[in-house]
Design a protein around this ligand. Structure first.
Ligand SMILES: O=C(O)c1ccccc1N[C@@H]1O[C@H](COP(=O)(O)O)[C@@H](O)[C@H]1O
Length: 215
């Protein structure tokens, strides 16, 4: 059985980034979205991304970025991946991928089986898909809300290789999430925090270990 791919998102300090790298995370994420408690400036992101270079794939999370921001992010952080977590259409995903010359991880919000209808169109243009719980009505953030969706929605659904599961994961439930969905890649933010925006090195270590042993 292939090893589970793990992404730790919303890292904003050197100490917690190091915890993720030392734990063996495959991908580390930096959120550039001012409404988020995990937001990092481009300058801060540059330092963190530089620190992680060669140790994990560096992902910058953006929400409906315009072309000016994309250029600044590509230039300043030089990320390995762009994660799009807004309402980007498949056409816009393709444009961003071409414009930045970076692979794109596209997040799709899931609340019901009907939400999976969008997946084939995104799978054609994105390098990887990420399934996250749809935010509650009126939420400030389109993700990072610590909410799960009903994983049984995915039962019997064939998903593109590498599809990541996110939304409300933590060290206690990630094993169940992996076995119920059959997926082999996970992403976490809130579930390794003490409070919104404050990551806990011990929880990061526990999450990576739990995902890898699928328990
Ligand atoms: O983490 C954030 O602040 C965030 C902001 C805007 C969009 C997405 C965000 N995070 C992503 O949301 C999912 C689920 O996070 P959680 O584990 O439920 O807190 C994850 O992919 C984060 O990368």
């Amino acid at each position: 059985m292939a090893e589970v791919h793990v992404k730790i998102c919303g890292l904003s300090t050197e100490a917690t980034l190091d915890a993720a790298l030392d734990a063996g995370a495959d991908l580390v994420g930096f959120v550039h979205f001012p409404k988020s408690p995990r937001h990092v400036s481009l300058e801060k992101g540059r330092g963190l991304a530089g620190r992680a270079r060669g140790r994990a794939q560096r992902v910058v999370l953006l929400v409906d970025p315009d072309d000016v921001l994309l250029a600044a992010v590509a230039e300043t952080l030089d990320p390995d991946w762009i994660q799009l977590h807004g309402k980007e259409s498949p056409q816009r995903v393709a444009e961003i991928r071409a414009r930045t010359r970076r692979p794109v991880l596209k997040a799709v919000g899931v609340a019901a089986a009907a939400d999976l209808v969008a997946l084939p169109d995104y799978a054609e243009v994105a390098d990887r898909l990420l399934l996250d719980a749809k935010p509650p009505p009126g939420a400030d953030l389109p993700g990072g809300n610590g909410r799960s969706f009903d994983w049984d929605i995915l039962r019997g659904v064939v998903l593109p290789a590498g599809t990541m599961l996110s939304g409300g994961l933590d060290a206690e439930n990630v094993g169940t999430a992996l076995s119920r969905t059959g997926l082999a890649a996970v992403d976490v933010s809130s579930g390794v925090e003490i409070r919104p925006g404050e990551k806990d090195p011990a929880r990061i270590t526990a999450f990576v270990a739990a995902a890898r042993r699928r328990a």
